[in-house]
Design a binder for this molecule. Structure first.
Ligand code: MN
Length: 290
């Protein structure tokens, strides 16, 4: 298995100012990652040319991600909120393209929050309409949109691979893929391998996170089964390590992600370990008998 291995920028730094982005890109390259996932929470604040220069200097690829807020929730029944969300997604898409990324994924379909009720039909319809238009724009730029299934406390719309597939089918777009994350799958799916197999043809991006979102191997997730299933389903896409600590991320995001206790404070040690862990599992999945 030769999947490109990525690391989430928030392992390194909580912002994308010039000091932080240089640190994030340089250290991702130093620890042997192929790609850095850059969150575009405020797309207009990203220094595109400064970032591109660093990516070229360190020979690193970029993917981009985003999570909507209650103010930009395209699954809202309120047209004004939906319009704000569509504007933000369009801005993020242009920034992603200009960064040289061909992927924009994440919670692009609803707010990242605990909802107090199930999705409503009109909101779901809004979501599908906006995603379909976004995918059309992305297609003209040769880009792919990813819908990350997240757990029930972070969205009410797409919690499973099956639900992601349903929404994708309803958009009618062929450049929207399923984005799975082992941390969320661990809460919502019946099994890792069944979920991966179900969406294999549409699986376009994979987040590797532990059940406690800390060090890979320090929780309850069966990574051997995940890597075996990715191999069995011929998944050749990106696998990105994702872990968060309030030592690094801003208090606002830290609260949104419910980081109530810290599992690490040394980014380099964590990233070094994760790269080793991923390589080891890729190798074992390749030659299961050894
Ligand atoms: Mn994730």
């Amino acid at each position: 298995m030769k999947n490109p291995l990525g690391i989430h920028a928030l392992v390194w730094a909580g912002s994308w100012n010039s000091e932080h982005r240089e640190k994030a890109i340089a250290l991702s390259a130093k620890y042997g990652y192929d790609l850095i996932e850059i969150p575009l929470l405020e797309p207009r604040e990203i220094d595109v040319s400064g970032t591109v220069k660093l990516l070229e200097q360190y020979n690193l690829k970029a993917a981009t991600s985003l999570a909507l807020s209650p103010q930009t929730d395209i699954s809202s029944p309120e047209p004004d909120i939906v319009a704000k969300g569509e504007t933000l997604l369009n801005e993020a898409l242009l920034v992603a393209r200009d960064l040289g990324a061909n992927y924009l994924g994440g919670v692009l379909y609803s707010a990242l929050q605990k909802y107090n009720s199930p999705p409503v039909e009109v909101g779901r319809h809004h979501c599908i309409e906006v995603l379909s238009r976004l995918a059309d724009k992305a297609k003209q730029m040769g880009m792919t949109i990813g819908l990350e299934a997240v757990n029930r406390y972070e969205s009410n719309l797409i919690n499973t691979a099956a639900q992601a597939l349903e929404i994708i089918a309803e958009t009618g777009s062929d450049n929207i893929v399923v984005h799975l994350d082992s941390f969320h799958m661990n809460i919502e799916e019946e099994s890792f391998s069944e979920a991966i197999t179900l969406c294999a043809e549409k699986l376009g991006y994979f987040h590797l996170g532990e059940s406690n979102r800390g060090y890979l191997g320090s929780g309850t997730i069966d990574f051997a089964s995940i890597f075996k299933s990715l191999r069995d389903n011929h998944y050749t896409g990106v696998i990105t390590f994702e872990s968060f600590s309030s030592t690094v991320v801003t208090p606002h995001l830290s609260n949104a992600l419910a980081l109530w206790r810290n599992l690490w404070d040394d980014s380099e040690k964590l990233a070094h370990h994760a790269k080793y862990f991923m390589e080891k599992h890729l190798h074992s999945a390749e030659s299961p008998s050894s």
